[in-house]
Ligand binder design. Structure first.
Ligand code: GDP
Ligand code: MN
Length: 371
């Protein structure tokens, strides 16, 4: 679960990591009368990165400017996410910008620490073009992060004196936060020099989804798209991808192998939906309506292996839904004959061989794309 910057900074404050004084607002008029000193920085609170580049972060020297920027940013959409909240903070005069993050290194079965003197900008870009500017290490889970360790990391990115002491304090606190809050990522970029001290100007924290239940006081953020929310409301599990072929199956394993088959034959799944075991006619109808609503969908592939799920129920759902795109159905298992008869009466052919069906679905979708 991703936290918004302001939520991550509330955690930072709890662990004594220094942050700017700020307030969260959701209407531009609220800029007036904030007990904050100008210049201010106005920051879009969305769960995607690169807000600065997208125009979601602006400095304001006067109240009029702040109001104007607030109105602009609160009306923006950044990478598909509407900006509903704005963090307004006292702008800092930034000196050198550093980078530090803890993340899970699954191969090492430890937390990894990544740090660099080249903070502020796109760290992936730094890693690609000048990898020697990135320092990496891992934390021993039994010893935790010791000050000799963080001191060494700080020296390797060129820090000394009181900045090095700040760095040791901040990285140690950030590690404590990760462990105590079950974070799988805690990142400060930039960790900037402001008036001779290190300050966490930005904050990114992702809590391990499997541990969210252990932290009832954390906010509950939802990152679902409209269709994902609709699917969840129906009790269906639905995931969005980038392609043009919608996929429905029953059971996670069957759905995964369907995606593999489609990819193998050169198709690109737009999304996939698992109707699960024992799907009813109504579930199936809803499932079809959800997957085809995604913009850019040009074909539909339904792959059902009836067990608890009955093929006749599935077939009725398919016939009721009448999808607006070309469709290929593979149907086999419980009550197959009945299901096949229902589909045939509606002019729908049902395949038995999943590979043959996958191949047909891919060709059909590719053909629809050329029209
Ligand atoms: P991101 O683009 O989503 O990573 O958002 P950041 O919070 O990292 O801000 C992006 C950039 O905006 C920073 O790298 C800074 O250059 C600038 N910025 C953010 N806060 C301040 C501030 O308080 N003062 C100044 N001068 N610049 C800021
Ligand atoms: Mn940043």
């Amino acid at each position: 679960m991703k936290l918004h910057e302001y939520q991550a900074k509330e955690l930072f404050a709890k662990y004594a990591i220094p942050i700017q004084k700020g307030v969260v607002i959701d209407r531009p008029e609220q800029v007036d009368g904030l007990a904050l000193k100008y210049p201010l920085v106005l920051k879009a609170q969305v769960l995607v990165g690169g807000r600065g580049k997208a125009g979601g972060i602006k400095l304001a020297a006067t109240a009029a400017e702040a109001r104007r920027h607030a109105a602009t940013i609160l009306g923006m959409e950044i990478k598909g996410e509407k900006v509903r909240r704005l963090l307004v903070a006292e702008a800092a005069e930034l000196g050198a910008e550093y980078y530090v993050a803890f993340t899970v290194d699954r191969a090492a079965r430890r937390m990894a620490v990544i740090t660099s003197a080249a903070g502020g900008i796109d760290i992936e870009e730094v890693a690609r073009t000048t990898p020697d500017q990135i320092v990496r290490s891992t934390a021993d889970p039994f010893l935790g992060v010791q000050s000799y360790h963080t001191r060494q990391l700080g020296r390797r990115i060129g820090l000394s004196g009181s900045l090095l002491s700040d760095y040791v304090g901040i990285t140690t606190a950030l590690y404590r936060l990760c462990v105590a809050e079950d974070a799988e990522l805690a990142e400060i970029n930039p960790l900037a020099v402001v008036a001779g001290r290190l300050l966490a100007v930005d904050a990114k924290v992702i809590i391990d989804d499997n541990a969210v239940y252990r932290h009832p006081s954390l906010p509950k953020n939802e990152e679902l798209t409209e269709l994902e929310a609709a699917a969840r409301a129906e009790g269906l599990s639905y995931v969005e991808l980038e392609g043009d072929l919608a996929i429905i199956g029953n059971g996670a394993g069957l759905v995964m192998s369907t995606l593999d088959m489609v990819a193998y034959f050169g198709g690109r799944p737009a999304n996939f939906l698992d109707v699960g075991g024992g799907a009813t006619t109504e579930n199936m109808k809803q499932a079809i309506e959800i997957v085809v609503r995604k913009p850019g969908v040009r074909g539909l592939f339904i792959n059902i292996f009836g067990g608890i799920t009955r093929c006749d129920d599935i077939a009725r759902g398919i016939v009721d839904a009448r999808p607006p795109v070309g469709m290929v159905v593979r149907l086999t298992g419980t009550n197959e004959e009945e299901g096949r008869r229902i589909l045939q009466a509606a002019g729908v052919h049902a395949y038995v061989d999943p590979e043959e069906a996958a191949q047909r679905a891919v060709t059909l979708t590719a053909g629809a794309g050329r029209q």
